[in-house]
Ligand binder design. Structure first.
Ligand code: BGP
Length: 461
């Protein structure tokens, strides 16, 4: 094989509880902000499918774990829904949820699939959002209790833990761009949410260490490296600022234990610094992660700010730069995202050189495609050759990064089976396995899923 990967490389995929489980109001679960969002933003949903049904992993997990085996998984990430385990966010633990997550974890292990467990995938329990969500200190404490409960219940079997998936997304989407509840536009509140999320993360890491759980703990960040339009110093500075806002804001505190000085200065100058309680910065400093998950989909291309802003406009990060679409780039027509495989290599080298070569893995990468059913062949499965190419083209660069000494431990695709997505429901499909919404959610392995098994068995391609 041309591209051989290191021994024990993780091959698998990522998913999340809210996007796959369904059974949203069953067996003690209470609403998260997504169940509520669905009632106020029905246009976001495809064929009326929302978080309450999704792919029904809650009832079909056994069959699905067999499909994971058939698609070569040696590891799989999902998340525990806070609103299932502790339905009110704080207080009583739901025994049905303990039972369910125990069954899932045990079934994965019995099938030689290493469970990777994430604790927060955008899914604030509604009861906690009503208290103020991540703006509220009590919610930070409640999250830490939830994390502790998870470590105590499942820590004897789960070796890889993650505190958050893409923590910047709820900050941006909920407090700047109105794509998630609570749909607010206020940078200062966004900054507060970001700081509280980082404190919650660091406290959870601290609890994990104090409990002496035998395992690794980390966080999953979506890194969007920023590239300037040109070498014009103003473009270069614009790209640097975008990088500070969208990447280093989380990457630095969770790895180096401190916020980037330059970012603090930008916020201080504009009186946008969040409230920091005594002890917060120490907690962040003393609890670096063991392992980083990197979700990579697309780069960010920027240029200096060209348009003059109306006076008094509320501050947004974009007031310091403009987005830029590089002519002639490959774009995924379904999702509108640029496809640029070599950026994955740049991330690997950045982590090698600027972050002490800390261990990481590609925790999400994938291609969302609309209308895949038209690629169904005579044998009844979807021939998604484009997805195989997409994965191969990224893996070539992962392989190159490994040769250059980057500390990459695995590759997880987004995602295992088609699932419900936050703002487009089932429109764009990402799975190795098709879920047929018109035929009782029937699962069928796509061509990419068959290929993925070969990839994993050969440990390369
Ligand atoms: C990531 C999220 C996933 C998933 C994926 C695909 O940001 O961690 O939960 O949704 O993106 O994006 P989308 O579903 O918006 O097309």
């Amino acid at each position: 094989h041309n591209y051989q990967f290191p021994k024990h490389f993780w091959w698998g995929s990522a998913a999340s509880g809210p996007q796959t489980e369904g059974a949203a109001d069953r067996e003690g679960r209470k609403p998260s902000i997504w169940d509520y969002w669905y009632t106020i933003e029905p246009d976001c949903f495809h064929k009326g499918i929302g978080p309450e049904n999704t792919s029904d992993f809650y009832h079909r997990y056994k069959q699905d774990i067999q499909l994971m085996k058939e698609t070569g998984h040696n590891s799989f990430r999902t998340s525990i829904q806070w609103s299932r385990l502790i339905p009110d966010g704080a207080g009583e633990v739901n025994p049905e949820a303990v039972n369910f997550y125990n069954r899932v974890i045990n079934e994965l292990i019995a099938n030689n699939i290493e469970p990777f467990i994430n604790l927060y995938h955008f899914d604030m329990p509604m009861a906690m959002q009503e208290k103020g969500g991540w703006e509220c200190r009590d919610v930070v404490d409640a999250y830490v209790d939830f994390a502790k409960t998870c470590f105590q219940l499942f820590g004897d079997r789960v070796n890889y833990w993650f505190t958050f998936n893409e923590p910047i997304v709820p900050v941006e989407a909920g407090y700047l761009y109105q794509l998630h509840y609570p749909k607010i536009v206020d940078f200062k509140r966004a900054a507060q949410v970001a700081h509280h999320t980082i404190v919650a993360h660091a406290k959870a890491v601290e609890v994990f260490k104090n409990l002496r759980i035998d395992g690794k703990i980390g966080i999953i960040l979506n890194l969007t490296p920023s590239y300037p339009r040109s070498q014009d110093p103003e473009d270069v500075q614009a790209a640097r600022v975008a990088d500070l806002f969208f990447n280093r804001s989380f990457l630095d505190p969770v790895t180096k234990g401190r916020y980037p000085e330059e970012l603090i200065e930008i916020l201080r100058d504009r009186e946008l610094l969040p409230v920091v309680e005594p002890g917060d910065l120490e907690t962040i400093r003393e609890n670096p992660i063991d392992l980083l998950g990197v979700n990579y989909y697309q780069p960010r291309r920027v240029k200096k700010k060209e348009e003059i802003l109306p006076e008094g406009a509320a501050f947004m990060p974009e007031h310091l730069f403009d987005p830029y679409i590089m002519p002639g780039r490959k774009i995924n027509p379904h999702r509108g995202w640029e496809i640029c495989e070599e950026v994955i290599f740049d991330i690997m080298i950045d982590l090698r050189d600027n972050y002490g070569n800390l261990p990481f893995f590609i925790s999400e990468n994938g291609m969302g495609v609309e209308g895949e059913a038209k690629f169904r062949n005579a044998e009844g499965y979807i021939e998604d050759h484009y997805r195989i190419e997409f994965i191969q083209n990224h893996l070539k660069w992962v392989h190159k990064g490994l040769l250059e000494g980057a500390n990459c431990l695995g590759y997880h695709l987004w995602t295992f089976m088609d699932n419900w997505s936050w703002t487009n429901a089932y429109k764009n499909r990402y799975g190795l396995v098709e879920v047929d919404l018109d035929n009782h959610l029937k699962r069928t392995i796509k061509k990419s899923g068959r290929w993925y098994k070969q990839l994993s068995e050969n440990n390369g391609f």
